[in-house]
Design a protein around this ligand. Structure first.
Ligand SMILES: Nc1ncnc2c1ncn2[C@@H]1O[C@H](COP(=O)(O)OP(=O)(O)OP(=O)(O)O)[C@@H](O)[C@H]1O
Ligand SMILES: [Mg+2]
Length: 262
């Protein structure tokens, strides 16, 4: 379970997230909001890639470790990241990219020498099969389509044996068919493996089809937390409207926050 309490994040003194209170323990949660709302910042802060300037981030009840600490590295292994641009090592095979995800558990010297235990290799192959890429395990990443690369990215995240997957616009660079395949895989992971998925998504149709819960950010504030069914047109208009939010506590005019999954 990832939990934030009064989370604040700023970039060189300029606030990007204000007072975010969020608990993600299970299910598929979509994060929506206009460009610049702070969606990527939230993902990066949750994973400890950027520091937070106030409040707390707790992973299974424990505060995130300090930057560079062994504790943070251990916590980061529990959070699989999936990126918009896949972030694969292009000249390595699909399988080697997946094995990189499991390196945190392999003796670093062995890992550096490319000596991956057989069980780890077998697990990597199993994960590639899981994402429908068993036949592509020995292809270089840069010879795969975007959708295939993203599926390798998901297999790499799973190789960490995470308890949560954080996906920052996992389908924004993909065509509709590849997008559906990737979303179906993320949904399957959440259902079958019980791994919570938190994903920034751009299209409300995708949110309605795949997410059980949606949280919305606007200008760095959490302004909605509920089910996709509660996202009525008035609310979405307000969300994407360029006008500033009305004064008052966030969510007041949109909807009372509803915690769907604890
Ligand atoms: N590295 C950075 N340095 C300074 N400011 C930043 C940095 N990254 C983001 N910001 C600012 O923080 C705010 C939130 O940005 P963020 O990238 O989290 O938004 P987003 O919701 O992910 O937007 P998009 O939908 O365009 O990806 C914006 O005002 C942005 O300009
Ligand atoms: Mg972003």
């Amino acid at each position: 379970m990832i939990q934030t309490e009064g989370l604040h994040v700023q970039y060189r003194g300029k606030p990007a997230l204000h007072d975010i209170n969020l608990r993600v323990g299970q299910g598929f949660t979509a994060v929506i909001g206009p460009s610049g709302a702070g969606k990527s910042t939230l993902m990066r802060a949750l994973n400890g890639l950027i520091p937070h300037s106030g409040g707390q981030i707790l992973l299974d009840g424990q505060p995130l470790g300090h930057p560079g600490s062994a504790r943070l590295r251990g916590q980061q292994r529990q959070m699989g990241m999936v990126f918009q641009q896949f972030n694969l090592v292009r000249r390595l095979t699909a399988l080697d990219n997946v094995l990189l995800g499991g390196l945190g558990r392999v003796n670093p010297v062995m890992g550096a020498l490319g000596l991956v235990p057989a069980a780890e290799r077998a697990y990597g192959l199993h994960l590639l099969e899981r994402v429908g890429l068993a036949d592509h395990a020995w292809k270089r990443a840069d010879q795969l389509s975007g959708g295939q690369q993203q599926r390798v990215g998901i297999a790499r995240a799973l190789a960490q044996r995470p308890s949560v997957i954080l996906a920052d616009e996992p389908i924004s660079a993909l065509d509709p068919r590849s997008s559906q395949e990737v979303m179906a895989i993320l949904q399957d992971i959440q259902h079958r493996d019980g791994i919570a998925v938190l994903a920034n998504l751009h299209f409300l149709d995708t949110v309605r089809e795949y997410a059980g819960r949606v949280v919305a950010l606007k200008a760095g504030r959490l302004v909605f937390d509920g089910t996709p069914a509660q996202l009525d047109p008035h609310l979405t208009r307000e969300l994407y409207d360029q006008a500033p939010l009305p004064a008052g506590p966030p969510g007041l005019r949109l909807a009372a926050p509803v915690i769907v999954s604890a």
